[in-house]
Design a protein around this ligand. Sequence first.
Ligand code: FAD
Ligand code: NAP
Length: 546
Amino acid sequence: MGSAQSAAEAANSVHSYDAVVIGAGVSGMYQLHRLRELGMSALVLEAGSGVGGTWYWNRYPGARFDSESYTYGYSWSEELLAEWDWTERFSSQPENLKYLEFVADKFELRRDMRFDSRVTTAHYDRAANCWEVETDDGFRTRSTFLITALGPLSIPVLPKIDGIEDFAGPSFHTSNWPKEEIDFTGKRVAVIGTGATAVQLIPEVAKTAGRLSIFQRNPNWCAPLHNGPIDQAEMDDIKTRYQEIFETCNDTFAGFAHVPDRRKALEVSAEEREELWERLWGEPGFGIWMANFRDVLVNEEANALMTEFAATKIRDRIDDPVLAEKLIPTNHGFGTRRVPMETNYYEVYNQPHVELVDLNETPIEAVTENGIRTSDQEREFDYIIYATGFDAVTGGFDRIDVRGIDGVRLRDVWAAGPRTYLGLQIAGFPNMFTLVGPNNAATFCNMPRCIEQNVDWVTEFLRYLQEHGLTRAEATEEAMDAWGEHVVTSGDRMLFTKVNSWFTGVNTNIEGHDERRFLLYAAGLPVYREKADEVTANRYEGFVLS
Ligand code: FAD
Ligand code: NAP
């Protein structure tokens, strides 16, 4: 189904399905495929004009995986694995989108998708046991099941700065990057933000911009990506090892192919520490974060040693020692926020046309018609780029008027922080499943590995309901409370729960998001899978089925 619905048709009819899925990214695409296997009628509603989710929206130069490409792709089709060749170890957005479009073509997913359809309301009708969903163009559906695949990082947020509307030139958030190519040659460009997105974008823009000003509030601990091509021989070899690769990922804490070192940093000699850190620093990808000593992300003393190692690496690459200190984080330790993976990021600051504007020294006062005014001066720009992040994990839910039994609003239920069972369901909202929902292992993961677990689990649950003539499943309050306790206890030991970031839901640009609300799940994929499988084995304990 295309988006060419006439307005009249959209306004007058209500379309019925067994299941409606919101979102056509990695999660929604796979969920649709599996719903078809169950013989269910299903429709995916997607705000964008095509499939791909993250890889549809984030078209900024430099956007690429920080997961190894061949660990990110879907694992569930032998044919697909055999047919697709990745060309880079960490492939770029155009290739990633092409891959997801290839999957959509191969499995004919688009015929059950409606694009340019942003869901605005989702109300549960208790008497009819169904979900009524409406989009921004008035398209309405009714379905027994509602599956949200809204994305953990799909709601871009602009900074709360006066005058953003006043800028006369082009300006955009990295996640709303225009589809047409932008030529920055000789232009004066501002980038606000220094998270993973900015760290990928900045070296690319620096290549051609006439002047590049980077507005930094807090630096992050970045590590070298070490990207490289995958030639046909290596790809052929990867294809013979796919099963082993996915098994490794599924056995690790966060679904990556990087296996943690079993030793503790505090129990080995300084030489042994250096040896591992130098090796991991020189290897491609997240090894330095995920394959590190096992106390680095849980013990402050161990973390401080690793942090000092990373600081030395930054100092080595910045010519001006004063500037180097500005690029070294002081408000959090290494790895306690998502580590931005970089390619020539630090070297950019040694170039004469690049300037770091430290907002701790000279805060932004306003965006003006011609540029940006900080406390000391006004700079003129041709482009302003906002790399200022997302309303993470709960943002997609907050932008839909979701109401459960008796019209209770999800926004109210989650006012003090999200509450879920397994990160997949909420008491009072029967038959609604939340893929990559808050406090679900998928939020801290090489995501497709966890997404497949989520989708497979939900699909088997739906199959169970079908086979037992059941049509309604609702998590209990008690199950949700117990899950909440497990989330808090397992999070307590992790240093990243003690730091402000999107992991802990802190966002100064959003009203009411200044307190920490842990949005992730910190016991890791294997424990999560075990707990979810236990629920299945115990005939969906924690749910009321009817
Ligand atoms: P998404 O891909 O975000 O898809 C959600 C879809 O839902 C979107 O298309 C959105 O338009 C749609 N939607 C949301 N609300 C509505 C609504 N109300 N109505 C209709 N449609 C709606 N993860 C990794 O594991 N490895 C990586 O290398 C990696 N790189 C990333 C790079 C960037 C720049 C970003 C932003 C994220 C990255 N991630 C990465 C995380 C990434 O989000 C996941 O890997 C994955 O794409 C999530 O898939 P999803 O389908 O759950 O969500
Ligand atoms: P982010 O990590 O939340 O970073 C946002 C940046 O904007 C931060 O530097 C933040 O500064 C800054 N900022 C926000 N509001 C500001 C304001 N009002 N004034 C000045 N600066 C402001 O967002 P992101 O970089 O888009 O990354 C989000 C996540 O997406 C990543 O953690 C990762 O999971 C994923 N991602 C992955 C890749 C990849 O390598 N594959 C690439 C991009 C994104 P503060 O730190 O001071 O808040």
